[in-house]
Design a protein around this ligand. Structure first.
Ligand code: ADP
Ligand code: ZN
Ligand code: MG
Length: 479
């Protein structure tokens, strides 16, 4: 009997507002602990929350990008629980009336076909503070409330995901969309995107769902995939052995590459949700929602398709370029008015990404601006320099920010196309390599490349390869 997995993900995305959700404290990351606090986010008695308009607008923008219906009426609710990182002893969230619902994103399934993953809801809520535990288990714990009250969008998927690969691609899709619309940087090291995983298994063909297990607070997509792979195997094993699964929350232990139990259903929280009496319901007019919709930029999926059509790129290249909006923008600026966009796409994805990875810098700090890259290609096309020299020129451009033309001039890199000059060098190479020449004449055509290489070496890569080929063939009477 075969089993399949049923997976639903809850993703928390930190919205990049300047100030917190219900007070005007800064959301700046990495400042001294407890310096961005006030009576509201400290939960002092009598302090009253006021909704941050930017958090609301960004929440709506995200909902629209996720193809959700934006509610004209939504309500903030108190989610009650006690924890040291939550001074009010309740989190302001949304429950019965979320801001966004019934959306979807399109991902590729394991066979590369398009698949729709439903979004149940995407609601606004505030984050808790951060606990920092001493390495010594008997040592103290510290609390930093700077993050307390920072806006989050919780995106809850339908249980439509079937494999760890689909889960992984769903997360990439969510992250890309959030980055594209500019509501979050989704920097996982800063905890700006966190994932709760829900997973059950069932017999293939069954319509009922199995018992759900939750794996909490994952902050790496690779770990989500590993945790799912482990958990699917574990659950199937229990069922095959005739055992029963009970609903529980588990944690992923990276060092063991395994999930371990955290709490069972009986120990689960009862949050006693109720509408927050301190906040009025959010009432939106249709026109207000449409105004925000008009601000939606082109989304990753549309851009990928357009790049294939407009620039003749392969789906693979298009996907790679569109994986970051900044990279996609860079490409479009570079190829504006240039006749062979594919050539520039290849260069960006190989040569340029290599340099950027080495330098470990974001694209906006890269010294070769898009126009400068186009200029380099126009110079290559004109025959002034070879592709090989272009790599050197490019490396120097990336180091210094100088233009290609400038570097070529200063270093005397112009390609040697003067036939007299080349003929002299070729004669030298022929007389220095009598054995190779004999081999070629004897039919070993492969050795021809060796001689071309020697000419290139003598000219420091500046010889025009086409002309070298021509002259050399003639001299060896191969024509
Ligand atoms: P809870 O009430 O425990 O929060 P929800 O019904 O709100 O559960 O679902 C939370 C998440 O779990 C959603 O992403 C949903 O798709 C997923 N989910 C629900 N039931 C299952 C199941 N049987 N197996 C896997 N995932 C599930
Ligand atoms: Zn505050
Ligand atoms: Mg739920």
């Amino acid at each position: 009997m075969n089993y399949e997995a049923v997976i639903g993900l809850e993703v928390h995305v930190q919205l990049n507002t300047k100030t917190k959700t219900f007070c005007s404290c800064s959301t700046e990351f990495g400042d001294r602990p407890n310096t961005h606090t006030c009576p509201v986010c400290l939960g002092l008695p009598g302090a009253l929350p006021v909704l941050n308009r930017e958090a609301l607008v960004k929440g709506i923008l995200a909902g629209l990008a996720l193809n959700c219906e934006v509610a004209e009426y939504s309500v903030f609710a108190r989610k009650n629980y006690f924890y040291p990182d939550l001074p009010k002893a309740y989190q302001i969230s949304q429950y019965e009336f979320p801001l966004n619902k019934n959306g979807y994103v399109i991902i590729k399934d394991d066979n590369g076909r398009d698949k729709k993953i439903g979004i149940t809801r995407a609601h606004l809520e505030e984050d808790a503070g951060k606990l920092i535990h001493d390495e010594d288990p008997k040592g103290p714990s510290y609390i930093d409330l700077n993050r307390c009250g920072t806006p989050l969008l919780e995106i809850v998927s339908e249980p439509d995901i079937r494999t760890p690969g689909e889960a992984y691609r769903y997360l990439i899709a969510i992250k890309e969309i959030m980055q594209y619309i500019g509501v979050s940087e989704c920097n996982m090291e800063k905890g700006e995107l966190r994932v709760d995983v829900n997973i059950s298994v069932r017999k293939m063909g069954s319509r009922d769902f199995g018992v759900k297990h939750e794996i909490k607070n994952m902050n790496s997509f690779a770990n989500v995939k590993r945790a799912l792979e482990y958990e699917i195997k574990r659950q199937i094993k229990v069922l095959r052995a005739g055992g029963k699964l009970k609903q529980e929350t588990r944690l992923f232990d990276q060092s063991k590459n395994a999930t371990v139990p955290m709490r069972t259903k009986e120990e689960a929280h009862d949050y006693r949700y109720f509408p927050d009496p301190d906040l009025v319901p959010v009432v939106l007019k249709k026109e207000e929602i449409e105004e925000i919709r008009a601000k939606l930029p082109e989304l990753p999926e549309e851009k990928r398709k357009r790049f294939v059509q407009q620039y003749g790129l392969t789906e693979y290249d298009s996907e790679n370029l569109c994986s970051s909006k900044k990279l996609a923008d860079y490409f479009e600026e570079a190829v504006a008015g240039y006749k062979n966009p594919k050539k520039i796409a290849n260069w960006i994805l190989s040569e340029m990404m290599k340099v950027i990875k080495e330098k470990q810098i974001p694209i906006e700090d890269f010294k070769v601006k898009p126009v400068m890259l186009r200029e380099l290609f126009e110079i290559i096309d004109s025959g002034e320099i070879t592709g090989k020299i272009a790599k050197e020129v490019f490396a120097e451009m990336a180091d210094t920010g100088k233009k290609a033309g400038e570097i070529i001039k200063a270093r005397g890199l112009k390609q040697v196309a003067d036939e007299d000059v080349l003929e002299k060098v070729i004669d030298e190479v022929i007389s220095e390599n009598p054995k190779v020449v004999e081999e070629i004449r004897g039919g070993k055509k492969k050795a021809f490349g060796y001689l071309v290489g020697q000419v290139m070496k003598k000219t420091k890569g500046q010889a025009n390869p086409g002309i070298v080929n021509q002259i050399l063939s003639k001299k060896l009477e191969l024509q």
